[in-house]
Design a protein around this ligand. Structure first.
Ligand code: C5P
Length: 250
C-alpha cells in the first residue's frame, strides 16, 4: 500500500481529509488465508482493517502480524465483557499486538471500564480503548427483550457518559446516535461507527444504519464497513465508491 498521512486514533481524525484514513474495513472472514486474499484485493484502496471475533478466534493473535507488516492500521474489535480483573488481563494481553484501537463492552459497567483503562497504564504505544455502547443490530424491541427499557439513543448516551467518567474517550455507536454523542464528547471524542450502508445496499442484520456521507456529516471519526465491501463482486470498486462518497463531505 502507498504510505499515507499519519494518523493517531484520536478525535483528530475528524480533521483528516483523506477518506482512506477514516474507513475501516471489517475483515469478517474465518481464517488467515481469506483475510490475506481480501487485504490483497483492497491494497491501495484502504488504510485500516478491523480484526473481529470471527477472524481472531479462527486464526489467533498472529493474524495481525502480516497486516501490520504491510503498513495497515488495525482495529482489534474483541468487544471484551467480563469481570474487571479478567478484562484488565485481556486488555494487557491485547495491548502488545500492535492494534491502534481495541473494544470493550460499555455494558460491563464502570468498574470493568476503569479496570480496562487502568490496565493500559505504562504500556508503550497502547491501543485506544473504545467502549461499545449499543450494538447496531439492536433496536428498541431487542433492547426491551434484554431487559433495557430505555430507547437505544437514551441507552447509548447513558453508557457513553459512564465511559467518559471512567476515562474512556472513544465509543462505538450507530450512525443514529453519533450526533448526540459528538455533542457530549466534543471534538476530542473518537466515534467509530458501524451500521454503514450505501444507499440501496442490503441491510442484513443491522438495524440502526445510515449512508457513509450521513454518518460523517453527523460527526463520525471513523466508519466501519463490512459486507457492503467484503461481499461485493469487486471489493476494491465498492470501497472506492464509498471513499468517493466520503470525500464529497470531507
Ligand atoms: O457487514 P457489516 O458492515 O454490517 O459489519 C459491521 C462490522 O461492525 C461487524 O464486524 C460488526 O462486528 C461490527 N460492529 C457492529 N456494531 C457494533 C460494533 C461493531 O456492527 N456496535
Amino acid at each position: 500500500m502507498q504510505p499515507l498521512q499519519s494518523s493517531s486514533a484520536t478525535g483528530a481524525a475528524r480533521s483528516i481529509a483523506d477518506p482512506r484514513e477514516r474507513l475501516i474495513v471489517a475483515l469478517d472472514v474465518p481464517d488467515a488465508r481469506a483475510a490475506s486474499l481480501l487485504v490483497d484485493r483492497l491494497d491501495d484502496t484502504c488504510a485500516w482493517f478491523k480484526v473481529g471475533l470471527e477472524l481472531f478466534v479462527g486464526a489467533g493473535p498472529a493474524v495481525l502480524e502480516p497486516i501490520l507488516r504491510r503498513g495497515y492500521s488495525v482495529f482489534l474489535d474483541l468487544k471484551l465483557h467480563d469481570i474487571p480483573n479478567t478484562v484488565a488481563g485481556a486488555v494487557r494481553s491485547a495491548a502488545g499486538l500492535g492494534a491502534k484501537m481495541l473494544t470493550v463492552h460499555a455494558g460491563g459497567g464502570p468498574a470493568m471500564l476503569s479496570a480496562a483503562q487502568e490496565a493500559l497504564t505504562g504500556v508503550a504505544n497502547p491501543p485506544q480503548l473504545l467502549a461499545v455502547t449499543v450494538l447496531t443490530s439492536m433496536d428498541e424491541m431487542q433492547l426491551k427483550a434484554a431487559g433495557v427499557q430505555r430507547s437505544p439513543a437514551e441507552q447509548v448516551e447513558l453508557l457513553a457518559r459512564m465511559g467518559l467518567d471512567c476515562g474512556i474517550s472513544g465509543f462505538v455507536c450507530s450512525p443514529q446516535e453519533v450526533g448526540a454523542l459528538r455533542a457530549i464528547t466534543g471534538p476530542a471524542g473518537t466515534l467509530v461507527i458501524p451500521g454503514i450502508r450505501p444507499a440501496g445496499d442490503a441491510v442484513g442484520d443491522q438495524k440502526r444504519i445510515a449512508t457513509p456521507a450521513d454518518a460523517l456529516r453527523r460527526g463520525a471519526s471513523y466508519l466501519v464497513v463490512g459486507r457492503p465491501i467484503t461481499q461485493a463482486a469487486d471489493p476494491a470498486k465498492a470501497a472506492e465508491s464509498i471513499l468517493t462518497e466520503m470525500a464529497s463531505v470531507l
